[in-house]
Design a protein around this ligand. Structure first.
Ligand code: GDP
Length: 443
Protein backbone atom coordinates (compact mmCIF):
# COMPACT_ATOMS: atom_id res chain seq x y z
CA UNK A 1 0.00 0.00 0.00
CA UNK A 2 0.95 3.58 -0.36
CA UNK A 3 3.54 4.92 1.98
CA UNK A 4 4.70 1.54 3.07
CA UNK A 5 8.24 2.33 2.26
CA UNK A 6 8.35 5.41 4.40
CA UNK A 7 6.12 3.86 7.00
CA UNK A 8 8.27 0.83 7.57
CA UNK A 9 11.43 2.82 7.85
CA UNK A 10 9.95 5.31 10.26
CA UNK A 11 8.38 2.63 12.31
CA UNK A 12 11.64 0.81 12.61
CA UNK A 13 13.38 3.93 13.77
CA UNK A 14 10.70 4.69 16.29
CA UNK A 15 10.83 1.20 17.63
CA UNK A 16 14.28 1.91 18.91
CA UNK A 17 12.56 2.67 22.08
CA UNK A 18 13.25 5.84 23.90
CA UNK A 19 12.12 4.58 27.21
CA UNK A 20 13.32 7.37 29.43
CA UNK A 21 10.68 9.56 30.93
CA UNK A 22 12.08 12.63 29.23
CA UNK A 23 13.27 13.36 25.74
CA UNK A 24 16.75 14.79 25.53
CA UNK A 25 19.38 15.48 22.91
CA UNK A 26 21.13 12.24 23.73
CA UNK A 27 18.25 9.77 23.68
CA UNK A 28 16.55 11.08 20.53
CA UNK A 29 19.72 11.43 18.46
CA UNK A 30 19.60 7.97 16.93
CA UNK A 31 15.91 8.07 16.26
CA UNK A 32 16.17 11.43 14.52
CA UNK A 33 18.98 10.10 12.37
CA UNK A 34 16.84 7.11 11.38
CA UNK A 35 13.90 9.32 10.53
CA UNK A 36 16.16 11.51 8.41
CA UNK A 37 17.46 8.53 6.45
CA UNK A 38 13.99 7.10 6.02
CA UNK A 39 12.72 10.36 4.59
CA UNK A 40 15.66 10.81 2.25
CA UNK A 41 15.32 7.27 1.00
CA UNK A 42 11.65 7.90 0.45
CA UNK A 43 12.75 10.62 -1.93
CA UNK A 44 11.56 13.49 0.20
CA UNK A 45 13.27 16.70 -0.80
CA UNK A 46 16.32 17.48 1.30
CA UNK A 47 15.05 20.87 2.36
CA UNK A 48 11.82 19.33 3.60
CA UNK A 49 13.74 16.70 5.53
CA UNK A 50 15.88 19.35 7.24
CA UNK A 51 12.84 21.39 8.18
CA UNK A 52 10.96 18.39 9.48
CA UNK A 53 13.86 17.12 11.58
CA UNK A 54 14.48 20.55 13.02
CA UNK A 55 10.81 20.98 13.97
CA UNK A 56 10.65 17.53 15.54
CA UNK A 57 13.80 18.23 17.51
CA UNK A 58 12.58 21.59 18.76
CA UNK A 59 9.31 20.18 19.93
CA UNK A 60 10.81 17.09 21.47
CA UNK A 61 13.36 19.00 23.50
CA UNK A 62 11.16 21.93 24.38
CA UNK A 63 8.05 19.98 25.16
CA UNK A 64 6.73 18.34 28.22
CA UNK A 65 5.53 14.77 28.25
CA UNK A 66 1.79 14.56 28.41
CA UNK A 67 0.34 12.80 31.35
CA UNK A 68 0.08 9.07 30.88
CA UNK A 69 2.38 8.96 27.87
CA UNK A 70 5.94 7.72 27.84
CA UNK A 71 8.76 9.38 25.97
CA UNK A 72 8.49 7.04 23.03
CA UNK A 73 4.80 7.73 22.51
CA UNK A 74 5.45 11.41 22.88
CA UNK A 75 8.03 11.32 20.11
CA UNK A 76 5.66 9.43 17.82
CA UNK A 77 3.01 12.03 18.44
CA UNK A 78 5.42 14.86 17.67
CA UNK A 79 6.51 13.23 14.39
CA UNK A 80 2.88 12.70 13.45
CA UNK A 81 1.93 16.29 14.23
CA UNK A 82 4.83 17.69 12.26
CA UNK A 83 4.11 15.48 9.25
CA UNK A 84 0.57 16.70 9.34
CA UNK A 85 1.53 20.29 9.72
CA UNK A 86 3.62 20.04 6.55
CA UNK A 87 0.95 18.14 4.65
CA UNK A 88 -1.63 20.80 5.55
CA UNK A 89 -4.09 21.04 8.40
CA UNK A 90 -7.33 20.33 6.62
CA UNK A 91 -8.72 18.66 3.57
CA UNK A 92 -9.07 21.16 0.73
CA UNK A 93 -12.09 20.64 -1.48
CA UNK A 94 -12.97 21.95 -4.91
CA UNK A 95 -14.66 25.26 -5.58
CA UNK A 96 -17.59 24.33 -7.77
CA UNK A 97 -20.02 27.15 -7.09
CA UNK A 98 -20.17 28.57 -10.60
CA UNK A 99 -22.75 27.17 -12.97
CA UNK A 100 -21.18 25.55 -14.85
CA UNK A 101 -17.81 25.26 -13.14
CA UNK A 102 -14.80 24.55 -15.28
CA UNK A 103 -12.05 22.28 -13.99
CA UNK A 104 -8.92 22.38 -16.09
CA UNK A 105 -6.69 19.33 -15.78
CA UNK A 106 -3.06 19.92 -16.76
CA UNK A 107 0.08 17.84 -16.57
CA UNK A 108 2.92 16.15 -18.38
CA UNK A 109 2.27 13.19 -20.63
CA UNK A 110 1.98 9.95 -18.73
CA UNK A 111 1.24 11.64 -15.42
CA UNK A 112 -2.23 10.11 -15.41
CA UNK A 113 -4.11 13.21 -16.50
CA UNK A 114 -6.64 11.55 -18.77
CA UNK A 115 -7.31 8.74 -16.33
CA UNK A 116 -7.68 11.21 -13.48
CA UNK A 117 -10.06 13.44 -15.44
CA UNK A 118 -12.37 10.47 -15.83
CA UNK A 119 -11.97 9.36 -12.23
CA UNK A 120 -12.77 12.86 -11.03
CA UNK A 121 -15.88 13.07 -13.21
CA UNK A 122 -17.02 9.76 -11.80
CA UNK A 123 -16.37 10.83 -8.22
CA UNK A 124 -18.26 14.10 -8.64
CA UNK A 125 -21.16 12.32 -10.26
CA UNK A 126 -21.37 9.56 -7.70
CA UNK A 127 -20.52 11.34 -4.48
CA UNK A 128 -21.75 14.88 -5.13
CA UNK A 129 -24.57 14.27 -7.56
CA UNK A 130 -22.97 16.48 -10.21
CA UNK A 131 -23.61 16.25 -13.90
CA UNK A 132 -20.12 16.42 -15.40
CA UNK A 133 -19.03 16.79 -19.01
CA UNK A 134 -15.59 15.60 -20.04
CA UNK A 135 -13.88 17.54 -22.81
CA UNK A 136 -11.10 15.97 -24.88
CA UNK A 137 -8.54 18.63 -25.80
CA UNK A 138 -5.38 16.56 -26.15
CA UNK A 139 -5.11 16.70 -29.91
CA UNK A 140 -1.41 15.85 -30.00
CA UNK A 141 -1.01 12.53 -28.22
CA UNK A 142 -2.27 9.91 -30.66
CA UNK A 143 -5.27 8.10 -29.25
CA UNK A 144 -5.70 10.42 -26.27
CA UNK A 145 -9.22 11.47 -27.20
CA UNK A 146 -10.24 7.90 -27.99
CA UNK A 147 -8.89 6.85 -24.61
CA UNK A 148 -11.01 9.49 -22.91
CA UNK A 149 -14.08 8.37 -24.85
CA UNK A 150 -13.50 4.79 -23.87
CA UNK A 151 -13.12 5.69 -20.22
CA UNK A 152 -16.22 7.86 -20.38
CA UNK A 153 -18.18 4.98 -21.79
CA UNK A 154 -17.19 2.78 -18.87
CA UNK A 155 -18.40 5.33 -16.37
CA UNK A 156 -21.37 6.61 -18.31
CA UNK A 157 -19.99 10.11 -18.58
CA UNK A 158 -20.38 12.06 -21.79
CA UNK A 159 -17.27 13.18 -23.62
CA UNK A 160 -17.33 16.30 -25.77
CA UNK A 161 -14.72 16.41 -28.53
CA UNK A 162 -14.15 17.92 -31.94
CA UNK A 163 -11.27 15.82 -33.17
CA UNK A 164 -8.19 17.79 -34.13
CA UNK A 165 -9.91 21.17 -34.07
CA UNK A 166 -8.16 24.01 -32.21
CA UNK A 167 -8.56 23.21 -28.48
CA UNK A 168 -9.51 26.77 -27.52
CA UNK A 169 -12.37 26.72 -29.99
CA UNK A 170 -13.48 23.27 -28.82
CA UNK A 171 -13.44 24.43 -25.19
CA UNK A 172 -15.69 27.38 -26.01
CA UNK A 173 -18.14 25.12 -27.79
CA UNK A 174 -18.07 22.71 -24.88
CA UNK A 175 -19.14 25.46 -22.49
CA UNK A 176 -22.05 26.41 -24.76
CA UNK A 177 -22.98 22.77 -25.04
CA UNK A 178 -22.88 22.36 -21.25
CA UNK A 179 -25.10 25.40 -20.76
CA UNK A 180 -27.63 24.16 -23.26
CA UNK A 181 -27.73 20.65 -21.86
CA UNK A 182 -27.64 21.20 -18.13
CA UNK A 183 -24.10 20.04 -17.34
CA UNK A 184 -22.88 21.72 -14.15
CA UNK A 185 -19.23 20.71 -14.22
CA UNK A 186 -16.90 20.79 -17.21
CA UNK A 187 -13.65 18.88 -16.97
CA UNK A 188 -11.06 19.80 -19.57
CA UNK A 189 -8.51 17.12 -20.40
CA UNK A 190 -5.80 19.33 -21.88
CA UNK A 191 -2.77 18.33 -23.90
CA UNK A 192 0.31 17.01 -22.15
CA UNK A 193 3.88 16.99 -23.36
CA UNK A 194 6.91 15.01 -22.43
CA UNK A 195 8.50 18.17 -21.12
CA UNK A 196 7.32 21.62 -20.36
CA UNK A 197 7.60 23.72 -23.49
CA UNK A 198 6.59 27.18 -24.44
CA UNK A 199 4.06 26.23 -27.06
CA UNK A 200 2.18 24.01 -24.63
CA UNK A 201 2.15 26.68 -21.96
CA UNK A 202 0.85 29.28 -24.42
CA UNK A 203 -1.98 27.01 -25.39
CA UNK A 204 -2.87 26.23 -21.77
CA UNK A 205 -2.80 29.92 -20.94
CA UNK A 206 -5.07 30.69 -23.83
CA UNK A 207 -7.47 28.00 -22.63
CA UNK A 208 -7.38 29.43 -19.14
CA UNK A 209 -8.24 32.92 -20.35
CA UNK A 210 -11.14 31.73 -22.47
CA UNK A 211 -12.73 29.34 -19.99
CA UNK A 212 -12.03 31.07 -16.61
CA UNK A 213 -11.72 27.79 -14.74
CA UNK A 214 -12.74 27.56 -11.08
CA UNK A 215 -10.07 24.94 -10.61
CA UNK A 216 -6.78 24.34 -12.38
CA UNK A 217 -5.47 21.01 -11.16
CA UNK A 218 -2.00 19.78 -11.97
CA UNK A 219 -1.73 16.01 -12.21
CA UNK A 220 1.70 14.73 -11.20
CA UNK A 221 3.12 11.25 -11.12
CA UNK A 222 3.98 10.41 -7.52
CA UNK A 223 6.76 8.12 -8.66
CA UNK A 224 8.91 10.61 -10.56
CA UNK A 225 10.91 11.86 -7.61
CA UNK A 226 12.56 15.23 -7.12
CA UNK A 227 11.62 16.62 -10.53
CA UNK A 228 8.10 16.84 -9.27
CA UNK A 229 8.78 20.13 -7.52
CA UNK A 230 10.31 21.78 -10.55
CA UNK A 231 7.44 20.65 -12.76
CA UNK A 232 4.84 21.87 -10.28
CA UNK A 233 6.49 25.25 -9.82
CA UNK A 234 6.78 25.76 -13.58
CA UNK A 235 3.10 25.03 -14.17
CA UNK A 236 2.09 27.14 -11.20
CA UNK A 237 4.07 30.16 -12.34
CA UNK A 238 2.26 30.25 -15.64
CA UNK A 239 -1.20 29.07 -14.75
CA UNK A 240 -1.75 29.84 -11.08
CA UNK A 241 -2.79 26.34 -10.08
CA UNK A 242 -5.54 25.82 -7.51
CA UNK A 243 -4.30 22.40 -6.50
CA UNK A 244 -2.37 19.25 -7.25
CA UNK A 245 -3.42 15.64 -7.79
CA UNK A 246 -0.68 13.13 -7.02
CA UNK A 247 -1.16 9.85 -8.88
CA UNK A 248 0.29 6.36 -8.65
CA UNK A 249 0.49 6.31 -4.89
CA UNK A 250 -0.44 2.65 -4.92
CA UNK A 251 2.06 -0.17 -5.19
CA UNK A 252 5.52 0.66 -4.05
CA UNK A 253 5.21 4.38 -4.51
CA UNK A 254 7.40 6.43 -2.27
CA UNK A 255 4.91 8.63 -0.49
CA UNK A 256 7.55 11.24 0.06
CA UNK A 257 6.19 13.05 -2.99
CA UNK A 258 3.23 14.41 -1.05
CA UNK A 259 5.47 15.87 1.64
CA UNK A 260 7.75 17.48 -0.92
CA UNK A 261 4.93 19.04 -2.90
CA UNK A 262 3.06 20.30 0.11
CA UNK A 263 6.11 21.99 1.62
CA UNK A 264 8.07 23.12 -1.43
CA UNK A 265 5.24 24.46 -3.55
CA UNK A 266 2.78 25.55 -0.92
CA UNK A 267 -0.07 24.30 -3.10
CA UNK A 268 -2.85 22.17 -1.66
CA UNK A 269 -2.91 18.53 -2.67
CA UNK A 270 -6.57 17.92 -3.39
CA UNK A 271 -6.71 14.29 -4.49
CA UNK A 272 -4.51 11.25 -4.68
CA UNK A 273 -4.63 8.47 -7.26
CA UNK A 274 -4.20 4.99 -5.89
CA UNK A 275 -4.71 2.71 -8.83
CA UNK A 276 -5.83 2.37 -12.41
CA UNK A 277 -9.47 1.64 -11.65
CA UNK A 278 -12.03 4.38 -11.98
CA UNK A 279 -12.79 4.51 -8.27
CA UNK A 280 -9.13 4.78 -7.30
CA UNK A 281 -9.16 8.51 -6.62
CA UNK A 282 -9.51 9.81 -3.09
CA UNK A 283 -9.70 13.24 -1.51
CA UNK A 284 -6.46 14.09 0.23
CA UNK A 285 -6.71 14.13 4.02
CA UNK A 286 -3.49 15.41 5.62
CA UNK A 287 -4.16 13.64 8.90
CA UNK A 288 -4.79 10.30 7.27
CA UNK A 289 -1.70 10.68 5.16
CA UNK A 290 0.37 11.42 8.25
CA UNK A 291 -1.13 8.31 9.87
CA UNK A 292 -0.23 6.26 6.87
CA UNK A 293 3.26 7.62 6.50
CA UNK A 294 3.82 6.76 10.09
CA UNK A 295 2.24 3.42 9.31
CA UNK A 296 0.57 2.72 12.54
CA UNK A 297 -2.81 4.33 12.54
CA UNK A 298 -3.11 5.12 16.16
CA UNK A 299 -2.89 1.50 16.98
CA UNK A 300 -0.58 1.93 19.93
CA UNK A 301 -2.83 4.30 21.75
CA UNK A 302 -5.76 2.09 20.97
CA UNK A 303 -4.22 -0.98 22.50
CA UNK A 304 -2.97 0.85 25.50
CA UNK A 305 -6.35 2.29 26.23
CA UNK A 306 -8.02 -1.04 25.68
CA UNK A 307 -5.61 -2.81 27.99
CA UNK A 308 -6.14 -0.24 30.69
CA UNK A 309 -9.87 -0.58 30.70
CA UNK A 310 -10.55 -4.20 29.96
CA UNK A 311 -10.46 -6.50 32.85
CA UNK A 312 -8.88 -9.55 31.24
CA UNK A 313 -10.28 -12.02 33.70
CA UNK A 314 -13.77 -10.81 32.99
CA UNK A 315 -13.21 -11.33 29.28
CA UNK A 316 -11.99 -14.85 29.86
CA UNK A 317 -14.99 -15.57 32.02
CA UNK A 318 -17.33 -14.28 29.35
CA UNK A 319 -15.59 -16.34 26.68
CA UNK A 320 -15.88 -19.47 28.76
CA UNK A 321 -19.54 -18.84 29.33
CA UNK A 322 -20.02 -18.26 25.60
CA UNK A 323 -18.43 -21.55 24.69
CA UNK A 324 -20.42 -23.39 27.28
CA UNK A 325 -23.61 -22.00 25.81
CA UNK A 326 -24.33 -19.97 28.92
CA UNK A 327 -23.97 -16.55 27.39
CA UNK A 328 -26.86 -14.37 28.50
CA UNK A 329 -28.00 -10.77 28.60
CA UNK A 330 -26.07 -10.13 31.79
CA UNK A 331 -22.86 -10.99 29.91
CA UNK A 332 -23.85 -8.77 27.03
CA UNK A 333 -24.53 -5.93 29.43
CA UNK A 334 -21.10 -6.32 31.00
CA UNK A 335 -19.49 -6.30 27.59
CA UNK A 336 -21.21 -3.11 26.59
CA UNK A 337 -20.04 -1.51 29.80
CA UNK A 338 -16.48 -2.51 28.90
CA UNK A 339 -16.85 -1.00 25.44
CA UNK A 340 -18.07 2.23 26.97
CA UNK A 341 -15.00 2.35 29.16
CA UNK A 342 -12.60 2.07 26.21
CA UNK A 343 -14.07 5.21 24.76
CA UNK A 344 -16.66 6.00 22.21
CA UNK A 345 -16.90 3.82 19.16
CA UNK A 346 -16.07 6.57 16.77
CA UNK A 347 -12.78 7.14 18.53
CA UNK A 348 -11.98 3.46 18.48
CA UNK A 349 -12.80 3.03 14.82
CA UNK A 350 -10.79 6.09 13.87
CA UNK A 351 -7.77 4.58 15.50
CA UNK A 352 -8.05 1.30 13.63
CA UNK A 353 -5.67 1.40 10.69
CA UNK A 354 -7.53 0.67 7.52
CA UNK A 355 -10.96 1.21 8.98
CA UNK A 356 -10.79 4.94 9.05
CA UNK A 357 -12.75 6.39 6.19
CA UNK A 358 -14.45 3.15 5.29
CA UNK A 359 -17.10 3.41 7.92
CA UNK A 360 -19.01 6.63 7.77
CA UNK A 361 -19.51 8.89 10.76
CA UNK A 362 -23.20 8.28 10.29
CA UNK A 363 -22.85 4.50 10.58
CA UNK A 364 -20.71 4.88 13.66
CA UNK A 365 -23.14 7.28 15.26
CA UNK A 366 -25.97 4.88 14.51
CA UNK A 367 -24.15 1.93 16.08
CA UNK A 368 -23.29 4.04 19.08
CA UNK A 369 -26.89 5.11 19.50
CA UNK A 370 -28.04 1.49 19.40
CA UNK A 371 -25.58 0.46 22.07
CA UNK A 372 -26.86 3.19 24.35
CA UNK A 373 -30.47 2.16 23.76
CA UNK A 374 -29.67 -1.50 24.37
CA UNK A 375 -27.91 -0.64 27.61
CA UNK A 376 -30.89 1.37 28.82
CA UNK A 377 -33.22 -1.52 28.02
CA UNK A 378 -31.04 -4.01 29.85
CA UNK A 379 -30.81 -1.70 32.85
CA UNK A 380 -34.58 -1.96 33.13
CA UNK A 381 -34.51 -5.75 33.35
CA UNK A 382 -34.10 -7.66 36.58
CA UNK A 383 -30.92 -9.65 36.91
CA UNK A 384 -33.04 -12.79 36.75
CA UNK A 385 -34.39 -11.73 33.38
CA UNK A 386 -30.92 -11.00 32.11
CA UNK A 387 -29.70 -14.39 33.26
CA UNK A 388 -32.72 -16.15 31.77
CA UNK A 389 -33.64 -14.21 28.63
CA UNK A 390 -36.40 -16.68 27.78
CA UNK A 391 -38.45 -15.13 30.60
CA UNK A 392 -38.73 -12.16 28.28
CA UNK A 393 -41.16 -14.01 26.06
CA UNK A 394 -43.75 -12.89 28.61
CA UNK A 395 -45.67 -9.87 27.31
CA UNK A 396 -46.19 -8.59 30.84
CA UNK A 397 -42.46 -8.49 31.47
CA UNK A 398 -41.83 -6.90 28.09
CA UNK A 399 -44.40 -4.25 28.83
CA UNK A 400 -42.81 -3.45 32.16
CA UNK A 401 -39.36 -3.07 30.58
CA UNK A 402 -40.65 -0.85 27.79
CA UNK A 403 -42.43 1.42 30.28
CA UNK A 404 -39.50 1.40 32.69
CA UNK A 405 -36.92 2.25 30.06
CA UNK A 406 -38.99 4.64 28.04
CA UNK A 407 -37.94 2.82 24.88
CA UNK A 408 -40.13 1.25 22.22
CA UNK A 409 -41.27 -2.31 21.72
CA UNK A 410 -39.47 -2.33 18.39
CA UNK A 411 -36.19 -1.49 20.10
CA UNK A 412 -36.64 -4.17 22.71
CA UNK A 413 -37.40 -6.77 20.04
CA UNK A 414 -34.37 -5.69 18.10
CA UNK A 415 -32.19 -6.22 21.13
CA UNK A 416 -33.65 -9.66 21.80
CA UNK A 417 -33.37 -10.70 18.16
CA UNK A 418 -29.77 -9.53 17.91
CA UNK A 419 -28.97 -11.34 21.09
CA UNK A 420 -30.57 -14.56 19.84
CA UNK A 421 -28.73 -14.37 16.54
CA UNK A 422 -25.40 -13.78 18.25
CA UNK A 423 -26.00 -16.64 20.65
CA UNK A 424 -26.80 -19.06 17.84
CA UNK A 425 -23.63 -18.08 16.01
CA UNK A 426 -21.56 -18.75 19.09
CA UNK A 427 -23.27 -22.12 19.61
CA UNK A 428 -22.57 -23.14 16.01
CA UNK A 429 -18.96 -22.16 16.44
CA UNK A 430 -18.70 -24.13 19.65
CA UNK A 431 -20.13 -27.20 17.98
CA UNK A 432 -17.51 -26.96 15.27
CA UNK A 433 -14.79 -26.65 17.87
CA UNK A 434 -16.06 -29.65 19.76
CA UNK A 435 -16.27 -31.72 16.59
CA UNK A 436 -12.64 -30.87 16.03
CA UNK A 437 -11.94 -32.61 19.30
CA UNK A 438 -10.89 -29.67 21.40
CA UNK A 439 -12.45 -26.97 23.38
CA UNK A 440 -11.61 -23.33 23.15
CA UNK A 441 -9.27 -23.39 26.09
CA UNK A 442 -7.37 -26.50 25.13
CA UNK A 443 -8.52 -28.28 28.24
P1 GDP B 1 -1.82 11.14 -19.41
O1 GDP B 1 -0.85 11.01 -20.53
O2 GDP B 1 -1.32 12.07 -18.37
O3 GDP B 1 -3.20 11.44 -19.85
O4 GDP B 1 -1.79 9.73 -18.66
P2 GDP B 1 -2.85 8.56 -18.63
O5 GDP B 1 -4.08 9.00 -17.98
O6 GDP B 1 -2.95 7.93 -19.96
O7 GDP B 1 -2.10 7.57 -17.61
C1 GDP B 1 -0.86 6.98 -17.89
C2 GDP B 1 -0.82 5.59 -17.25
O8 GDP B 1 -0.81 5.71 -15.83
C3 GDP B 1 -2.03 4.76 -17.60
O9 GDP B 1 -1.60 3.44 -17.83
C4 GDP B 1 -2.88 4.82 -16.34
O10 GDP B 1 -3.68 3.69 -16.18
C5 GDP B 1 -1.83 4.92 -15.27
N1 GDP B 1 -2.31 5.55 -14.04
C6 GDP B 1 -2.94 6.74 -13.88
N2 GDP B 1 -3.20 7.00 -12.58
C7 GDP B 1 -2.74 5.94 -11.88
C8 GDP B 1 -2.69 5.60 -10.48
O11 GDP B 1 -3.15 6.34 -9.58
N3 GDP B 1 -2.13 4.40 -10.15
C9 GDP B 1 -1.62 3.56 -11.10
N4 GDP B 1 -1.09 2.40 -10.71
N5 GDP B 1 -1.63 3.86 -12.41
C10 GDP B 1 -2.18 5.02 -12.81
Amino acid sequence: AFGDFLAKRMKKSLEKKVNKSTLNEENIKDTLQEIRLALLEADVNNEVVKELISRIKDKALGGYIEEGANANQQLIKIVHDELQSILGQDKKGLDLNKKPSVIMMVGLQGSGKTTTANKLAYLLKKKEGKKPLLVGLDIYRPGAIDQLKELGEQTGIEVFEKGKQDPVKTAKQAIDYANENGYDTIILDTAGRLQIDEQLMDELNELRKTTSPSEILLVVDGMIGQEIIEVTNAFNKLLKLTGVVVTKLDGDARGGATLSIAYMTNLPIKFIGEGEKVNALAPFYPKRMADRILGMGDIETLFERAMESIDERSIEKTMKRMFMGQYDLEDLRNQLAQTARIGNLSGIMKMMPGLNGQISEKQIAEAQRKLVIFSILMDSMTIKERREPKLLKSLKRKDRIIKGSGRSEKELNELLNNFDKGRKQVLDMTKKFKKGGMNAFGK
